[in-house]
Write a protein that binds this ligand. Structure first.
Ligand code: ATP
Ligand code: MG
Length: 426
């Protein structure tokens, strides 16, 4: 069973109803209220209450709750089945002073009015009563939502000082919601951008994923450049290249993945035209950057593969079937085709190589591009060879012959193998 928006909303309403029946105040809070008012599916539901974490656990039972953020007053209530997502129930709170610009030094339980003040942006600071269909808006969030303005709650400079990640969240929300950044909020982000350096890579990466995987990624990128947050996140990217990068991002499909967008941003790091760097050096830079952002190893591998292959089709029309098929067999080859086309378009380079590749991919089935191997390492061992460096080169030769259509059966492969095998069996 997959989660459904309706089931999740009903469960989030049920959690409110149960807290209310037990005599507590309970409301939907934050992002889910914003999404609900905008008629969008909420990613997750947060409920705010005056019940303490202990009282919440007592009401829903230990087996149906998780106390992951208990010290911050947060209890997760698990849904009865997988149709609904879990609900985070948080006690109304006021956050103490932020000593490190990352997290509050203490948390004091409080009221909805005060709880709204600790939230980041006015549109994220509202409460909603799903039972009586009533909005509780202490921060003029509804007015900003209607006018499509992203505005910090209170003094933007102070709020960004408390938690520097809010600068990146401001950019992310403005871009993905297609809202205008309020002038004071924008000024605070621009002024304080260098200070984002204290924020953990994990939190930065989480926001970047949401921003760059979204169809509004061009706007997100432009805002990063405009506020100079870009310089903190990707110091290797030359600010002079930002127009080119924005154009390339605009050439990707709307549903392009985070890895593809990141490869687009980092593309010129490996480009031979910007600086004569060796491929290994470029790869090293990409790995260093993605590691600094603490991306997952899958993300890093994907980004490095895309960037490393940007030039591989420059001479596509002259390549053998084996050369073409080997790259096209890669799961990210569709992403690579998009990226190469976007880069060539932006740089006014001829599109003929990529058109050739697209046409080649269209004319061949997946089985033609990546047919099952005819022989394996086991066959080499049976022929008396010991595993070693020559193993790979022998198998590669056989594979190339297969991909080039020179051989098609296992028998032909074994025959070919005999011809190319070293004569001494050691
Ligand atoms: P998304 O659609 O990405 O989930 P969201 O607004 O729900 O957006 P979350 O990170 O899930 O964002 O946070 C839920 C709510 O918690 C926010 O709407 C906001 O009220 C509050 N919040 C989250 N992060 C911060 C922060 N860094 N500073 C202040 N308030 C925050
Ligand atoms: Mg959320």
């Amino acid at each position: 069973m997959t989660t459904s928006a309706t089931a999740s909303r009903e469960f989030a309403t049920e959690v409110v109803r149960q807290l209310r029946s037990a005599g507590y105040v309970a409301l939907w809070a934050g992002g889910c209220v914003r999404d609900y008012l905008m008629g969008r599916e909420a990613q997750d539901f947060d409920v705010a209450t005056n019940a303490t974490p202990e009282q919440v656990r007592e009401l829903f039972g230990k087996r149906r709750t998780l106390a992951v953020g208990q010290s911050f007053g947060v209890i997760i209530v698990l849904p009865p089945d997988k149709a609904a997502t879990q609900v985070e129930v948080a006690t109304f709170r006021t956050e103490g002073i932020y000593l490190d610009g990352r997290r509050p030094s203490e948390v004091v339980f409080s009221t909805p009015e005060e709880d709204a003040q600790r939230r980041d942006f006015t549109i994220n600071g509202m409460f909603y009563d799903p039972i009586e269909d009533r909005l509780l808006d202490f921060v003029e969030g509804k007015a900003d939502l209607d006018r499509k303005i992203l505005r910090a709650i209170g003094d933007p400079h102070e709020r960004m000082t408390e938690d520097k990640l809010r600068m990146l969240r401001a950019v992310r929300f403005a871009a993905t919601l297609e809202f205008t950044l309020d002038a004071h909020t924008l000024a605070a982000v621009t002024r304080m951008a260098p200070e984002m350096i204290v924020v953990s890579a994990e939190r930065i990466a989480q926001e970047l994923r949401k921003m760059l995987a979204h169809r509004t990624r061009v706007r997100g990128f432009q805002l990063l450049a405009e506020t100079r947050l870009l310089h903190v996140i990707f110091p290797e990217v030359d600010l002079a290249d930002t127009h080119t990068i924005a154009d390339i991002l605009g050439g990707l499909w709307t549903n392009a993945r985070f890895e593809l967008a990141t490869a687009a941003i980092l593309h010129q790091i490996s480009s031979p035209v910007s600086e004569p760097r060796s491929e290994a050096e470029a790869r090293g830079t990409i790995w260093a950057m993605t590691r600094r952002l603490k991306l997952s190893s899958d993300e890093m591998t994907s980004i490095a593969w895309l960037v490393a292959h940007l030039d591989c089709w420059n001479d596509a029309e002259q390549q053998t079937d084996a050369q073409l098929k080997r790259v096209l067999a890669h799961p990210l080859s569709g992403d690579l085709r998009q990226l190469v086309r976007a880069i060539r378009t932006t740089q006014c380079l001829p599109l003929s190589p990529i058109e050739f590749v697209d046409d080649y991919a269209a004319r061949h089935t997946p089985e033609q591009i990546n047919p099952p191997e005819l022989i394996s390492g086991r066959d080499l061992i049976q022929h008396g060879l010991h595993p070693g460096p020559q193993f790979k080169s022998l198998l590669d030769t056989i594979r190339d012959a297969q991909l080039n259509g020179e051989i098609a059966t296992r028998e032909e492969a074994l025959e070919q193998l005999k011809l190319i095998m070293p004569s001494s069996k050691d």
